[in-house]
Design a protein around this ligand. Sequence first.
Ligand SMILES: [Zn+2]
Length: 265
Amino acid sequence: MSSTLFSTTGVVLARASYREDDRLYVFFSSELGKLRVIARGARKPKAKIAPHLESYALVRVLLVETRGFYTVAGADTEASFHHLFTRDDSAHLAFASAHLVDLVTREGDPASPVYHELMHWWKFLETTPALSVRRSGVMLGAFSLRLAGHAGYLPELNRCLHCRTPIRPSYFEWSSTRGGVVCLDCLERHQEMWLRTQALKNETLKLLRMSHHYPYEALLQTSVSADVCEEFHQTVDALILAHFPVIPVVPIQAMCQVDPAGFFR
Ligand SMILES: [Zn+2]
């Protein structure tokens, strides 16, 4: 049986127990995208590989590929994101972002833009001051929107989906299933094509645009009222439901508060 030995650098997005002593990891690298890899004996108390694969870190792995299955032959930590775990808010956001990346990517897809977005996000979380629950939600919503963009599901935020005219304030509605804004003229003329649109505040559309374009640091400075925050989350959650290949079981706002303790350390 022929096997290939190779190495790659990346991060672990998720893990699961496998057989009696083994562990299955979802590994994500810039070069190879998402791979499911098996680490034999990783659940044994003195396993040497597991500590490298069970923390937020950039890990160099040595992999053996046999008939499309990948086994970990060695692992070494290149850089650690351990600062993420010094606070609850950043730990929760790091965990949620790894989960979202796992949901939006498929094995075999090119990964580079999503990978770089995740690295950029983790570096941002390491250096940012503590975030309130509301601000955490907005930031994770922005991260989700960028992931959707990299995966080809970015909503149209500037021009009417139907006639391509630039959208004027207060003269549009929103379609989650079609992914973006439609002008009121098109809505009036082609009612049969636009059945499930909804009103959206100008401020919410503005926040969606900023979420996609602004640096994360600048987005931290924008003021967001409670009702705009609520509408922003409804819109982002509906987009995820309509377009992500696998959908999360909890809304983005709740995901910011899922405790990763016991999962990663
Ligand atoms: Zn139009």
